[in-house]
Design a protein around this ligand. Structure first.
Ligand SMILES: Nc1ncnc2c1ncn2[C@@H]1O[C@H](COP(=O)(O)OP(=O)(O)OP(=O)(O)O)[C@@H](O)[C@H]1O
Ligand SMILES: [Mg+2]
Length: 223
């Protein structure tokens, strides 16, 4: 079983939106997925309440229960889940650190703005301190061709670590799917947002299998 934690203290980066759609896409691709909502805002829990599909499994973990995360993950593995996705609150808290520590991979979404990129710092520094593998995900990139914003942001982030592929564009499908309790691949299966999220899952799966992210990140930082 693999565990991916969506983390960054920056609110609105897309942790919850991507967690929901990635969970659906991974389930569709054959994984048995459980999603744990560690954010007292409970956006993901509310999304799940709007769903009719029984998968992926979604549960809320209140702050007091987060220290039990390692044993909860063990229990989920025992029940046959192959992927757990953690959605965390947009604060640099003990709960977030427990999630990062328990994860095989910390995924740090960021919008392609200077303010957002800077706000990832506390999170990737925490990941480095904890020796946890991390990747950036550039989200809400302008979909217009040749827009330099995403390229410049990708260049800045690539000095610090790996960026997940593909870049995720700003697309209304993400907002409309979430509002309907759906992942983008369920909402508009042939759409570009769906294509990007399916690609993201394939890339992440391959990446978790094949690479030691920690070493890659270290190389990047000294290189
Ligand atoms: N790729 C995208 N295209 C369009 N809208 C997006 C995209 N990703 C996220 N959004 C929108 O951006 C807003 C913030 O996203 P989201 O709630 O997922 O961020 P978050 O990181 O979970 O924030 P918080 O820290 O407050 O929990 C939402 O309105 C969501 O619909
Ligand atoms: Mg959220």
């Amino acid at each position: 079983m693999k565990t991916i934690a969506f983390v960054t203290q920056k609110g609105g980066a897309g942790k919850t939106t991507l967690a929901a759609s990635l969970a659906v896409a991974a389930q569709d691709a054959g994984e048995s997925v459980a999603v744990l909502d560690l954010d007292p805002q409970q956006s993901l829990t509310n999304w799940a309440a709007d769903r009719t599909a029984e998968t992926p499994a979604v549960d809320y973990l209140e702050p007091g229960a987060i220290p039990q995360l390692p044993s909860i993950l063990k229990a989920l593995e025992g029940r046959g889940y192959t992927l757990v996705i953690l959605d965390t609150a947009g604060i640099d808290s003990t709960g977030t650190h427990i999630a990062m520590q328990a994860a095989d991979l910390c995924l740090i979404p960021s919008r392609p703005t200077k303010m957002d990129l800077r706000a990832t710092r506390a999170t990737y520094e925490a990941a480095i301190r904890m020796q946890r593998p991390f990747l950036f995900a550039l989200n809400q990139c302008p979909p217009q061709p040749n827009n330099p914003r995403a390229t410049e942001a990708a260049q800045a982030l690539s000095m610090l670590g790996l960026i997940a592929e593909p870049l995720i564009m700003q697309r209304a499908d993400h907002q409309d799917a979430f509002a309907s309790g759906l992942g983008v691949t369920e909402y508009a299966s042939d759409g570009k947002a769906a294509e990007e999220v399916r690609h993201l899952w394939v890339w992440l799966k391959k990446s978790m299998k094949g690479k030691n992210h920690g070493e890659t990140v270290k190389t990047k930082l000294v290189g």
